[in-house]
Ligand binder design. Structure first.
Ligand SMILES: [Zn+2]
Length: 83
């Protein structure tokens, strides 16, 4: 498990869900490093509610690249956590 991971990915069961900030809009998202499933809050991270990273980025007019993101440490995202 990666140090700053929120949890194991509930979609693929292999990746780790990492907090990341979209550089373009400053929004924090939670992204699996294996299957690119995305969530928008810690409290919503479950299989039934995942979004696709590429669709999310497409809607923003951005390429679906990790280079568009700033991966956060666990302490950086704690203020945004809803528990
Ligand atoms: Zn995954």
């Amino acid at each position: 498990m990666i140090e700053n991971a929120i949890c194991e990915c509930p979609r693929c069961g292999q990746g780790a869900v990492l907090p990341a900030r979209v550089k373009k809009n400053g929004r924090t998202i939670y992204l699996c490093n294996e299957c690119d499933a995305v969530w928008f809050s810690v409290g919503s991270i479950e299989y039934a509610t995942f979004n696709f990273f590429n669709y999310y980025m497409e809607r923003l007019g951005l390429p679906d690249l990790w280079s568009e993101l700033e991966v956060l440490s666990a302490s950086d995202h704690s203020a945004d956590s809803t528990g």
